[in-house]
Design a binder for this molecule. Structure first.
Ligand code: SF4
Length: 288
């Protein structure tokens, strides 16, 4: 298979987390773009997000739990049609998979009633830059706008909620999104909300300007480290217990492997102005 075309890079919340976890992991994913097998958890996240997007696309009174449940089989059909993804979810496992999607969708009603408000946007791809020029991009699952003008940025998670010790890491993604939103719209989101559909729980954060300024500095420092590593071609492995879940052990010197020849730094993506783009140069599954 021909390698994917190279393109200048921008920072997403997921790749930022990768670089912090392990610079080599960042390189293999963002620069070499070594394909990784899709996981059932990723596919589950994608299907649940598509159902929720469709649900919020209905008229408000139509968003009853039964209607939401009725959207699930078609979303699973689409997954099979588009993806032919029988390796990840074999047809024999469809009933169990579909039941899991239904349970996650139904859990939303324990957190909020979708009939009581309409989002300003769903599945919105944003691209922008910090004031120092660090290019940023990512998906916002949902943006709510209160009648009083307050903005809430919402992200759905289909995995387990984090241990309280790691909640800051979970909220990093939300601070990242809030910063992008602020850079584009010049509006400070009043609330960032992470909804964990697995158990119907949620985390919220009400960011102030100082929080976003600190996030911006944090990302500028991180991006300059990535650019430096990228120009030098030096991305050392950093082992941790997360290596158990890494798909690249065979290419990792820490596990006796050899990385492919470094293809060179593809450069930073130019961001001409504050912008919101349709379509996507990154995988949504990256951000789930
Ligand atoms: S196995 Fe661990 S050290 Fe090696 S690339 Fe993966 S995360 Fe990094």
């Amino acid at each position: 298979m021909a390698p994917p075309a190279r393109r200048p890079l921008a920072l997403s919340a997921s790749r930022a987390a990768d670089f912090r976890q392990c610079p080599l992991l960042y390189r293999l994913r963002a620069i070499d773009r070594i394909p990784e097998p899709r996981t059932r958890a990723q596919v589950l996240g994608t299907v649940v997000h598509s159902v929720l997007e469709e649900l919020y696309g209905l008229e408000q009174p139509e968003r009853a739990p039964e209607r939401a449940a009725g959207l699930v089989p078609a979303a699973v059909d689409r997954f099979y049609e588009l993806d032919g993804g029988t390796e990840v979810v074999p047809h024999a496992a469809r009933p169990e998979f579909e039941a899991e999607v239904s349970a996650l969708v139904s859990a939303l009603y324990g957190v909020e009633d979708p009939r009581r408000f309409s989002p300003a946007a769903c599945e919105q791809y944003l691209v922008t830059a910090t004031s120092a020029g660090t290019p940023l991009h990512g998906y916002l699952d949902r943006v709510d706008l209160a009648p009083t003008g307050e903005v809430r940025v919402v992200d759905y998670k289909t995995g387990r909620p984090p241990n309280p010790r790691y909640q800051d890491q979970a909220m990093f993604q939300m601070r990242f999104y809030a910063l992008m939103y602020h850079r584009i719209h010049e509006v400070l989101p009043a609330q960032l909300k992470l909804i964990y559909l697995k158990n119907g729980s949620w985390l919220t954060l009400s960011p102030d300007l100082a929080t976003l300024v600190a996030t911006e500095s944090e990302l500028d420092v991180l991006w300059s480290e990535i650019e430096r590593a990228g120009r030098a071609g030096v991305f050392p492995p950093r082992t941790s217990r997360l290596c158990d879940w890494c798909n690249h052990q065979a290419l990792c010197p820490a596990f006796g492997g050899t990385p492919p020849e470094y293809p060179g730094w593809p450069g930073s993506r130019a961001v001409p102005g504050r912008d919101t783009l349709p379509g996507s140069p990154i995988s949504e599954e990256d951000e789930r």
